[in-house]
Design a protein around this ligand. Structure first.
Ligand code: SF4
Ligand code: SF4
Length: 221
């Protein structure tokens, strides 16, 4: 899921002031931002209170089921057409993908209420960790399912670095070195330990990403 954190409130107020907004519509997201406790109903209502206390009118609010889904968000905005018409601006509590989906669906200025920080695993309730950078050239088959470029703070594909000591990471001292973990797991699985991996092909990283399953060959560039 996409991990988000609240955006600096001063930046949000500056955005609203820039367009002279007096009335705001708030849109949350029922998926990642709800799980991250940044853009579910509770946080949308907190934003509503904060806006009202700051002197804005809140014309309405909604929590989209999946805010980055174009069709779903268009439907949601149609349901709230009147409230959106009454708003001078829309504040979106979702990742940047959701913000852009809302911006495509409405004619009003749309502003992000959160910062999108990483693609994260839910380790347990309220604890998220980055495990994949979506590089397009995955090495997990060679690394016993542990991504070195994401979980090593130095992003080393082949390691460990010279700072590893007694199996621990030099940077995150409470953690075992990623490359030690990879080595251990490969040996436990009878796979003989780490091999030198060739340099990654970062040209495989899609920027901007686009996959169209309706095209004949699967459509990924
Ligand atoms: S190698 Fe790339 S695709 Fe595979 S887990 Fe790491 S960042 Fe993700
Ligand atoms: S000790 Fe290991 S995990 Fe930590 S920075 Fe060095 S190579 Fe990366």
């Amino acid at each position: 899921m996409i991990i988000t954190r609240p955006r600096d409130w001063g930046r949000i107020e500056a955005n609203l002031a820039e367009v002279g907004a007096k009335s705001v519509f708030i849109m949350g997201c029922g998926q990642c931002a709800t799980v991250a406790s940044t853009g579910g109903e509770k946080e949308v209502l907190q934003a509503k209170t904060a806006l009202e206390q700051a002197g804005y009118a809140v014309s309405g609010w909604a929590v989209g089921e999946v805010t980055c889904h174009s069709g779903g968000t268009r439907l949601e905005t149609r349901k709230h057409f009147g409230d959106l018409e009454a708003a001078d601006a829309v504040l979106v509590l979702s990742c940047g993908a959701g913000v852009q989906t809302v911006a495509d669906a409405v004619k009003k200025p749309v502003f992000p209420g959160l910062e999108s920080v990483f693609l994260g695993n839910v380790v347990r309730h309220g604890v998220f960790e980055e495990r994949c950078q979506m590089c397009g050239d995955c090495v997990l088959d060679q690394t016993a399912g542990i991504c070195p470029v994401t979980t090593c703070p130095k992003g080393l594909l082949n390691g460990p670095c010279g700072g590893m000591w007694d199996g621990k990471c030099e940077v995150l001292r409470d953690r075992d070195c990623t490359h030690v973990r990879i080595q251990r797991r490969l040996i436990e699985q009878g796979r003989g330990g780490t091999k030198l991996l060739p340099a990654k092909d970062f040209s495989k990283k899609l920027k901007p990403g686009s996959v169209n399953l309706r095209e004949k060959k699967g459509g990924a560039r």
